[in-house]
Design a protein around this ligand. Structure first.
Ligand code: 3HC
Length: 649
């Protein structure tokens, strides 16, 4: 037995198998082999009456080893192993801490009893990887928690806590975190002594649902499932459990799992999983890089961005000093923050107590000097270089030594902004996406002089506020907006050449974006950066603004909007496009959908490749993470760079 991965402790007639396969005790081949060997030992060793399966480190098994899914399966396979555990005539007890996920929970479901630490979480998140639970989970979970709850857990992939798991009958006992192993041994003794009956999950009755249950379930969830294969397959496999034997149903489950495993959707979703984790690997930064302690935040500007940014830090328990230029703007900003947090409470995302604590950490101020004690100041003010110069010059004069000075600029030159200070090594860009309290993406813009510790601090802080940080070099628009701008240029040109904005949006939405680019423009407002005084009517955007069609806010933009903001194509806009094309001597032609898709994707993929070649992004998958979390790229399509690799043009 490999010492590093597993050890067995004997407590008289009870064996405790402790798996230690960092970081998350994934059920790779070596771990499965240890489990198999231990089950055989339990069977053969007359001195043993029960087995406790537990893990060391931060968690119980967090699932199958996802990296193995790209290779041919290697024995022992998980479904057979779990069947062997369940078939044992001696009781096997799962002792769960951390996160028992996927195959990890399936191992526990195959055990005869389950005990959990009170902080443990349990779930079947395979759907998030485009998979279904493929080791008996679709058949065993419904037998413990009921069909509806099991389906909900599997199609959402969301875990539940230990208390709820106990209420549902998923675990038999919940104990304090510290005493888990001792309590598991005690449970094993109870089982051996007949004080509690160990039961095989497969032998439990499956409650038959009402007639029409599955059809109704599919209908109710149709929108949520969208074009994803995995949730559909989950429902199909669970439905099979009502008409097939346990063994036939699990064989069907495995066959469906194998189909999904080699599907394009699952491959893309698995790629996205690892891409999100790769972003933290930044050359020159490692665990030894010192970080600057950050315990209080200053934010300059209480507009949409400043307030959204503030909410992140407040909810993470960090005090925020919020600066504005006049009382009215400051009061408005503080009120916006209060409303956002209140909405979080109403939706159940934040408890009342945490909300009160968060609001108690907000210090609105009109005094610039109040930023002097902040460890990190984020500027989210007006987007001109003059404004930034004024702010960073003043900040440099008052900020304490070592403070990090960040700008939330979307387009401006971070190196130039850093040069307004005498400490450019402490300056970087923290580009949040709107709404900043919701969007997970944070572009961390590393200036030419930004120091390693400052960058490392930003990455660590991002994790603290639940963001996914992607490091970008300095260029116009950084990673995401630069690609967006390239796409916009191509779209605007093609619209004048006859490509209909409505057809473009339809093709984008059919591809999987929640909204096409013209609907997004209408939502954001067409007058961003536009002014009546300087407007020349040379572009569609200018013409629309001149017609007071500024987007949803004027109930007219590229689209006409009714009172419920339902969009419809505008004949006036179509005519305006024709007129502008004629005025500029641009001939119009018909476009087919394949060309429109090409138009939507090729320019941005090409720009992404330039961004990579210039070293602005560290790796192609970082660019994909930006698009997944900042711009609504359909996750099951991996990301633009991934898509470009799979569909070379
Ligand atoms: N397989 C392989 N590697 C895994 C893994 C898994 N199941 N789960 C996590 N890892 C790796 C990550 O890639 C990361 O590696 P890195 O440090 O080299 O980047 C490392 O473990 C730590 O992961 P996180 O950074 O995500 O750590 P967190 O503490 O933030 O989160 C977690 C831990 C909640 C367990 C999270 O990693 C997670 O959700 N993992 C995936 C769980 C999952 O999807 N399980 C189901 C797998 S499919 C399955 O079981 C099929 C079965 O039905 C047959």
């Amino acid at each position: 037995m490999t010492e590093a991965i597993a050890r067995i402790e004997r407590h008289a007639n009870i064996a405790v198998l402790l798996i230690n396969a960092p970081p998350v005790n994934a059920l790779g081949q070596a771990v499965r082999a240890e489990l198999q060997a231990t089950v055989e030992l339990l069977h053969k060793d007359a001195g043993l009456d029960a087995l406790v399966i537990a893990c060391e480190g931060r968690t119980f098994f967090a699932g199958a080893d996802i990296r193995e899914f790209d290779r041919p399966p290697q024995a022992p396979l998980l479904p057979g192993l779990i069947n062997a555990i369940e078939a044992s005539s001696k009781p096997v007890i799962a002792a769960i801490h951390g996160t028992a996920l996927g195959g990890g929970l399936e191992v526990a479901l195959g055990c005869h009893l389950r005990i959990a630490a009170q902080s443990a979480k349990m779930g079947l998140p395979e759907v998030k990887l485009g998979l279904l639970p493929g080791a008996g989970g679709t058949q065993r979970l419904p037998r413990l928690v009921g069909l509806k709850k099991a389906l909900d857990m599997m199609v959402s992939g969301e875990p539940i806590g230990a208390a709820e798991a106990q209420e549902l009958g998923l675990v038999d006992r919940v104990v304090e975190d510290q005493g888990l192993i001792d309590a598991a041994i005690a449970l094993a003794r109870d089982a051996v002594a007949g004080r509690i009956s160990p039961r095989k999950t497969r032998d439990r009755a499956l409650q038959a649902p009402e007639a029409g249950f599955f059809a109704a379930y599919r209908k109710d969830n149709a929108r949520k499932f969208g074009r994803l294969d995995a949730p559909q397959a989950i429902v199909k496999v669970v439905e099979r459990s009502l008409s097939a034997s346990f063994d036939d149903a699990t064989a069907f489950e495995r066959a469906q799992f194998d189909i999904l495993r080699s599907s394009a959707q699952s491959k893309a979703l698995r790629y996205a999983f690892f891409a999100e984790r790769d972003v933290k690997n930044v050359p020159g930064i490692d665990v030894k890089t010192p970080v600057v302690p950050v315990e209080n935040i200053g934010i300059i500007g209480a507009g949409t961005m400043g307030t959204g940014i503030a909410v992140n830090f407040l909810l993470a328990g960090l005090p925020v000093t919020l600066l504005e230029m006049n009382e009215a703007a400051l009061t408005r900003g503080a009120e916006t923050i209060r409303k956002i947090i209140q909405r979080n409470v109403e939706s159940g995302r934040t408890s009342r107590t945490s909300a009160d604590q968060a609001l108690g950490l907000l210090h609105p101020t009109l005094a610039f000097n109040d930023l002097a004690s902040a460890d990190l100041v984020i500027e989210a003010a007006f987007e001109t270089l003059d404004v930034k110069q004024d702010i960073f010059t003043r900040l440099d004069a008052i900020a304490k030594p070592g403070a990090i000075l960040a700008t939330n600029t979307s387009y401006l030159d971070v190196d130039k902004i850093a040069s307004f200070t005498a400490r450019p090594e402490h300056v970087l860009g923290l580009h949040f996406f709107s709404p900043a309290n919701v969007m997970k993406l944070l572009e961390v813009v590393r200036g030419a002089k930004t120091s390693g510790p400052v960058l490392a601090t930003a990455l660590k802080l991002a994790a603290r506020i639940g963001k996914i940080p992607v490091v970008s070099g300095v260029c116009y628009g950084f990673i995401g907006n630069r690609m967006l701008a390239a796409r916009r240029v191509a779209l605007d040109k093609s619209v004048l050449e006859g490509a209909s904005p409505y057809a473009i949006d339809r093709v984008a939405e059919e591809f999987g974006f929640a909204m096409g680019p013209f609907r997004v423009s209408d939502l954001a407002g067409l007058d961003l950066g536009w002014s009546k005084e300087t407007s020349t009517g040379a572009t569609m955007k200018e013409r629309l603004c001149e017609m007071d069609r500024r987007g949803q806010k004027t109930k007219a933009g590229y689209y006409d909007y009714d009172d419920k903001m339902k969009p419809s194509a505008s004949p006036l806009v179509e005519q305006t496009i024709k007129d502008l094309a004629a005025a500029r001597g641009i001939p119009q032609r018909a476009w087919i959908d394949a060309e429109l898709l090409d138009l939507l994707l090729t320019p941005m993929i090409a720009e992404g490749r330039k961004i990579l070649a210039e070293g602005i992004a560290l790796r192609a998958s970082d660019i994909d993470v930006v698009w997944l979390h900042g711009y609504g790229w359909p996750r099951w399509r991996g990301g633009p760079m991934y898509y470009g690799e799979k569909h070379p043009v």
